[in-house]
Design a protein around this ligand. Structure first.
Ligand code: SF4
Length: 184
């Protein structure tokens, strides 16, 4: 508990007596108690206030360094993903559509779904505008995904082959992989 920044006065508290940030620290302490080398962090900050999010992310990064941990960090918040990741994999309907080192993915985004996700991240500067990339349609059921490329029902670049053949992950160099017929 010391390692995750919890004061000794909290050791005998019940969960309902702790706020969300402290409860998350308890969760991290429980995971660390098994001395893992690899931890799956599934949306670890999504339910927290922004200021508490920053504290938990800093704690995770500090623990990663001191305990030489590897994380698989799952999140819908791309600014959080950018902050914490060495490598990013973008998934759509259960499949990886693009994967690259974090800086590379933000520098040169290739897959249209990744482009749409990045275009939706707000820029906290008055005079900076991001290129618009708006998707139409709703997300199909993952139980019964569309034929060919799973993204074709919403893709603005769709061609005939997209409805027939599923694109494989193609290595376009620099550890940057993308699953799209058009990019290939
Ligand atoms: S394969 Fe076709 S439908 Fe899928 S992302 Fe590429 S262009 Fe769009």
């Amino acid at each position: 508990m010391e390692k995750v920044g919890l004061s000794p006065r909290l050791y005998y508290k019940y969960p309902h007596e702790l706020d969300g940030g402290r409860r998350q620290r308890v969760g991290i302490a429980r995971a660390l108690s098994l001395s893992p080398r690899f931890i799956v962090c599934d949306e670890p900050v999504s339910a927290l206030d922004v200021s508490i999010q920053a504290q938990i992310l800093n704690l995770l990064q500090e623990l990663q360094k001191t305990m030489k941990l590897t994380y698989l960090f799952v999140s819908h918040d791309l600014s959080v993903v950018k902050h914490i990741s060495d490598r990013i994999a973008v998934m759509y309907l259960g499949k990886i559509v693009e994967s690259a080192p974090a800086a590379e993915l933000f520098r040169e985004t290739l897959h249209p779904y990744s482009k749409a996700l990045l275009a939706a991240v707000p820029i906290p500067k008055l005079n900076r505008k991001r290129e618009k990339f708006i998707l139409s349609g709703s997300v199909p059921s993952p139980i019964n995904p569309p034929s060919g490329c799973r993204f074709h029902t919403r893709c603005p670049w769709k061609t005939d082959i997209c409805t027939q053949a599923e694109p494989r992950l193609y290595d376009r160099g620099g550890e940057h992989l993308v699953a799209c017929h058009l990019v290939k």
